[in-house]
Design a binder for this molecule. Structure first.
Ligand code: ATP
Length: 253
């Protein structure tokens, strides 16, 4: 496993947001964490990348315990975090934003890296000198992912790349995420509210509710699970009469 969480607990003051989460991400795979608003998805990523410290538990990256390390140290080990809401530098150009992502890298390699990022995101290529604040939401999401790639990470943490984007753009961005995974063998942990798209584009999934993992399986199996269909894929109303389960209790813990 490239990344492993064991019984992680994270608090906001007295509020326990992550309640003993264990999960594993094998090298070269895309793992999705699904969950509704407030389930704790963002908090998990913040805990992994060192923005927040867990109270308990272990976070192993390539076998090394990185729990409670500074975000900069975690990034230098090869874990790049693309936070929710993209957080690009609005007054810097697209090019400058991408170069910021490469601050820990050998300068001689930056031109090649830029070319590679522009190859993944052609929409950014023509806008290198434009201010990031002038980009659309989808282009800013691309820029945020591109900036993370500039650091040559071993693994990407993506926080809701679909947030606020049209279905077509969401599809485009996930296609590119798949390409990055396939062509570079990039390991990716993505947290998503959009279960449809996350399940279609990932290999394995965890379902998070109130800070706890309540189910995990291959995305294929999750997609065909009645609970997931009803509670995350909104398919309850599409079931034929008689099969529809009134007052169904979830089968998970
Ligand atoms: P969203 O999709 O809305 O971002 P999420 O699954 O990422 O949701 P988190 O943002 O990780 O959820 O929040 C998990 C829990 O922690 C929620 O109950 C939330 O209210 C709480 N929480 C988040 N940020 C804070 C904060 N700064 N102070 C106190 N509680 C917080």
């Amino acid at each position: 496993m490239l990344l492993e969480l064991k019984n992680v607990e994270t608090y906001y003051g007295p509020i326990m947001a992550i309640r003993g989460v264990s999960l594993a991400v094998p090298e070269g795979r895309i793992v999705a964490v699904l969950g509704a608003n407030g389930a704790g998805k963002t908090t998990i990523l913040r805990t992994i990348s060192g923005v927040m410290d867990p109270q308990k538990g272990e976070i192993l990256f390539a076998g090394e315990d990185i729990a409670r390390r500074d975000p900069d140290a975690v990034m230098r080990l090869g874990l790049s975090h693309v936070p929710e809401g993209r957080e690009v530098f609005p007054f810097l150009s697209v090019n400058e934003n991408l170069r910021m992502g490469a601050y820990s890298r050998d300068r001689a390699r930056i031109a090649d890296d830029l070319e590679r990022v522009y190859d993944y995101f052609p929409a950014l290529a023509d806008r290198g000198s434009q201010q990031a604040s002038q980009l659309s939401g989808g282009e800013q999401q691309m820029l945020a992912i591109g900036r993370a790639l500039m650091a040559h990470p071993r693994m990407l943490l993506l926080d809701e790349p679909s947030l606020g984007l049209s279905p077509i753009l969401v599809h485009q961005i996930f296609e590119i995420i798949n390409r990055i995974n396939e062509e570079q063998g990039m390991t990716i942990l993505v947290v998503e509210q959009n279960a449809h798209v996350a399940l279609r584009h990932s290999h394995y999934g965890y379902v998070l509710e109130n800070g706890r993992v309540v189910m995990d399986d291959t995305c294929e199996k999750l997609e065909s699970s009645p609970d997931i269909q009803e509670f995350y894929l909104g398919m309850k109303d599409q079931m034929p009469r008689g099969v529809r389960r009134w007052k169904k209790r979830k089968t998970w813990r």
